[in-house]
Design a protein. Structure first.
Length: 133
């Protein structure tokens, strides 16, 4: 659950891809369904833009992101991917995992908060790397 007041920004292409996954019954694994439902609600309120107009510091599919948890000094680096490309050893996190649904559409410098099994977590998006199209 995101508690930030910011509205997410999504490229039309990512919006269509994510909606197709959410609507495809076999695409979203059972344990991701709750997160997919939360993401679907966020997508309904999102600002949609052309991929060429998406600011470079917005987290999108295939973004490499560095986040900082709360007031800790530890930085965490991950890549946000579709479920079939997720690989924890390579730090590739599904967009339907709790951290994935929390990050997508937010910008570098923003703080986000979401619920995980161990309680609430707050992260700051320190850096976003996106490939040039």
């Amino acid at each position: 659950m995101k508690t930030t007041k910011s509205k997410i920004i999504i490229a039309y292409e990512d919006y269509e891809t994510l909606n197709a996954y959410i609507k495809g019954s076999s695409s979203v694994r059972d344990f991701d369904r709750k997160n997919a439902a939360l993401l679907q609600e966020e997508l309904k309120k999102a600002t949609l833009v052309k991929k060429t107009e998406l600011p470079e510091d917005v987290v999108r599919l295939n973004s490499r992101v560095i986040v900082k948890e709360g007031s800790k000094d530890k930085l965490i680096e991950l890549v946000l991917v579709l479920p079939e490309k997720a690989d924890i050893k390579e730090r590739k996190i599904s967009v339907f995992a709790p951290v994935g649904t929390a990050l997508i559409g937010f910008r570098q410098g923003e703080k986000i908060k979401w619920d995980v099994p161990a309680g609430s977590k707050t992260f700051t998006i320190m850096k976003v790397y996106n490939q040039k199209e």
